[in-house]
Design a protein around this ligand. Structure first.
Ligand code: ADP
Length: 270
């Protein structure tokens, strides 16, 4: 285990249960399809929150809004006390500009279903590129950080390979290291094992369990892996049609769900 994974080494300054993410009456539409309908929810710093629910219920849309890959039609989103959707100018809230968004987004890391590594760069450079280009780290600092993270994800010996020389599971572990290299306050995980062959899923989930249990990073996770959700989550949110219909600890949601829709969903996936 590298020092990257110990709480002391993380840069998340306020792991004090303060609110890190807040959605306030967020509505997202695609044409006439209202995908999120005045959604309110929040995630406290240092917590691991899992979004579950049927396909098409809006879970990925939430992560994509947080990554500023799209904007809501209505409502506000805050990360670390700063609006993601708006910026304050002369005491007024105006739609956020690109420069401001880039700044706030530095606090957010995301791992996608498809690993999206840079195919023309070796593993080490995949991880160092953004810390050097975006955070202004020196090459040496970025490489030291990358080596620590490669140890954390168990890929030290693959440092000089290109993505296409790795299995899907290994590529996904590089993608996790790449996201962590930016030392984000929050890590968004979007069904990160769903594109993997079944025998590669466990290795990736083990790495994420390790990160969840040994670091103070906030995690917001969309997954169909219910055992994983049960293991790592402080809170589980059950979505249906763009609304949180039930939330609670994994024990509550998985063993005593209150809502009929949650019971139906869980009996179909468990
Ligand atoms: P989930 O992650 O719960 O499966 P999504 O957030 O991916 O759900 O999708 C919610 C709904 O939004 C679906 O009906 C989907 O078809 C629609 N949707 C998502 N992205 C787009 C898009 N870029 N354009 C049009 N419709 C979209």
């Amino acid at each position: 285990m590298s020092s990257e994974s110990t709480p002391k080494e993380t840069t998340n300054p306020a792991v004090d249960g303060s609110e890190l993410i807040r959605f306030d009456k967020v509505t997202k539409r695609f044409g006439s399809n209202t995908v999120l309908d005045e959604l309110d929810f929040s995630v406290d710093s240092g917590k691991h929150v899992t979004l579950i629910g049927p396909s098409g219920s809006g879970k990925t849309t939430i992560l994509r809004l947080l990554m500023t890959l799209m904007k809501p039609e209505e409502g506000t989103i805050k990360v670390g006390g700063r609006y993601l959707t708006h910026e304050e100018k002369n005491g007024k809230l105006v739609p956020a500009g690109e420069k401001y968004i880039r700044e706030v987004r530095k606090n957010i890391g995301m791992v996608f279903q498809q690993f999206n590594l840079f195919p023309n760069m070796k593993v080490l450079r995949n991880i160092t590129e953004a810390p050097v280009q975006v955070l202004g780290l020196s090459k040496d600092e970025a490489e030291e950080r990358a080596r620590g993270l490669l140890e954390l994800v168990g890929l030290t010996e693959h440092i000089d390979k290109y993505p296409n020389q790795l299995s899907g599971g290994q590529q996904q572990r590089v993608a996790i290291a790449r996201a962590l290299a930016m030392r984000p306050q929050v890590l968004l995980l979007d069904e990160v094992t769903s594109a993997l062959d079944p025998e590669l899923v466990a290795g990736v989930l083990d790495v994420l369990r390790d990160i969840a249990h040994t670091t103070d990073i906030t995690m917001l996770c969309v997954t169909h892996e219910m055992n994983f959700a049960r293991d790592i989550s402080d809170q589980v949110l059950m979505f249906d049609s763009g609304r949180v219909i039930e939330s609670g600890t994994p024990e509550k949601i998985f063993t005593e769900p209150e809502h009929e829709r949650t019971r139906e969903f869980l009996s179909a996936v468990l």
